[in-house]
Design a protein around this ligand. Sequence first.
Ligand code: NDP
Length: 285
Amino acid sequence: MTHVIDGKRIAADIRETLRQEVTLLRERHGIVPGLAVVIVGDDPASKVYVRMKRQACETAGIASFHHELPGDTSQEVLLALIARLNADPAVHGILTQLPLPGHISERAILEAISPFKDVDGFHPYNVGMLAIGEPLFPPCTPFGVMELLRVEGIDPKSRHVVVVGRSNIVGKPMALLMLAAHATVTICHSRSADLPALVGSADILVAAVGRPRMIPGDWIREGAVVIDVGTNRLPDGSLCGDVDFESARLKASHITPSPGGVGPMTIAMLLKNTVKSARRAHGLD
Ligand code: NDP
């Protein structure tokens, strides 16, 4: 019997635990964790994500500092804002919503954020810490996948994990977290040969491609764990994953739906990293 992993419920439990931890931090130590969210321009999808992050902060008792800048903001102005946020003791996490407008170098902005406030885990320092197996802030989406597996009692140790996708924000950090958890890891991408065979060799499959339902159930090994990071909008406005859920659930032992699987975990882990940063800034960790 296939178990459908309820990411919404697991994320809600994590957020409730964080809310209680934040209450204790405030009452016992006078600490209020703070997250600064910077958005440049008016990309509708980015605005939705930013609104969700603000609401999640409020519910958890985390202070959110919202900086909404016009699309023609210069790189210098954005860098000056980041410098102010780096120096502000009320701010423990800084998040710049991607993508940024084309005239701004994403690399320059991500590198300007203090590695100790980089709760997205995208600064090269944090990428390096992850690569050596000591992540300070694991990137939120792959971190969320690891939490889902932990809560479900699925240990990647000694299992063959196949990650489809090698982006810097999902595929690569996912592979590194799985490696740190003692999995044997294969990373696939658009130039990989015989993707069906690679997918079929997975004990645990993580799909992070961005192509609606590209992985059919008949590629998947009987009893595999299937984690679908893909979040794709269809022409009718609905969302679906990279895995064909209906055929894949006939093969998988565990499967995440999309939406409702990995997505809610990303914000929960962002809050978790922010609380961790606040504790660290006050010498509590
Ligand atoms: P990117 O576009 O940055 O990366 C996609 C990856 O998929 C690339 O490595 C690409 O290979 C690979 N790929 C593309 N086509 C194929 C193919 N035919 N066969 C095998 N590999 C292929 O996407 P992201 O990593 O940013 O996002 C992936 C998905 O995850 C998207 O649907 C996105 O919306 C979703 N997402 C969900 C989040 C959440 O919170 N749930 C957060 C972030 C992303 P190559 O490198 O060779 O081009």
